[in-house]
Ligand binder design. Structure first.
Ligand SMILES: [Zn+2]
Length: 201
């Protein structure tokens, strides 16, 4: 095993790991290991109880370097758990209701092509939780200004969420995100105030 451990590591694919593996140290005392899934697609960190802060800082480093806003807070927040989002669905030229942040994304990533954050939204009768087998569910990438236009509370919730991520071990708040993400989010919120039928994505 490599001894090139560092405080900041890149996430890797989470597969079957030895019981006491840690991405940040040798874990010589064989503390319990924990998993943090950074994108809900099995990319993340395995860390021991001594390396919680290193895992937290590595997650923040990843979010900031990729210009990602974690979005798990909307599912974690009890006031919104049973609510659905709305967004303008360009292909149908109407407002799509019964929408949720996709459980398989849970992040909004800045896209230079569209100059905005985009996130995967699930919608349709099958988007409700718990999922009922056989109900239709669709998903697509939707811009954050589109989402914030129809659900303005999302902007304030990002800023005041006690944690943007789903972890019992550590929190990541809006204050941990970079000045660049903050600047991009402010611009996105300003754009969210335009007419609903002008959203191109
Ligand atoms: Zn460790």
């Amino acid at each position: 095993m490599s001894s090139n451990f560092s405080d900041i590591v890149e996430p890797s694919y989470l597969s079957m790991m030895p019981q006491y593996h840690c991405d940040f140290c040798e874990n010589e005392e064989q503390d319990k290991s924990y998993e943090f899934e950074i994108t809900m697609s099995r990319l993340g960190f395995i860390y021991c109880s001594k390396c919680v802060d290193k895992a937290r800082r590595s997650a923040i480093n990843w979010y900031n370097s990729k210009r990602i806003i974690p979005f798990d807070f909307l599912r974690q927040n009890k006031s919104y758990q049973n609510d659905f989002l709305k967004f303008y669905r360009k292909s149908q030229k109407n407002i799509q209701t019964l929408a949720k942040i996709s459980p398989y994304s849970a992040t909004a990533t800045y896209d230079d092509k569209y100059n905005t954050f985009r996130t995967v939204i699930s919608f349709g009768p099958g988007a409700q939780e718990p999922y009922i087998a056989g109900q239709e569910v669709s998903s697509r990438l939707v811009s954050l200004e589109n989402i914030m236009h129809h659900n303005p509370y999302v902007y304030e919730e990002i800023k005041k969420a006690k944690s943007l991520i789903d972890s019992d071990m550590f929190v990541v708040t809006y204050d941990d995100l970079s000045d660049e993400i903050e600047k991009n989010l402010e611009a996105t919120f300003t754009k969210s105030k335009v007419e609903w039928n002008s959203f191109e994505n």
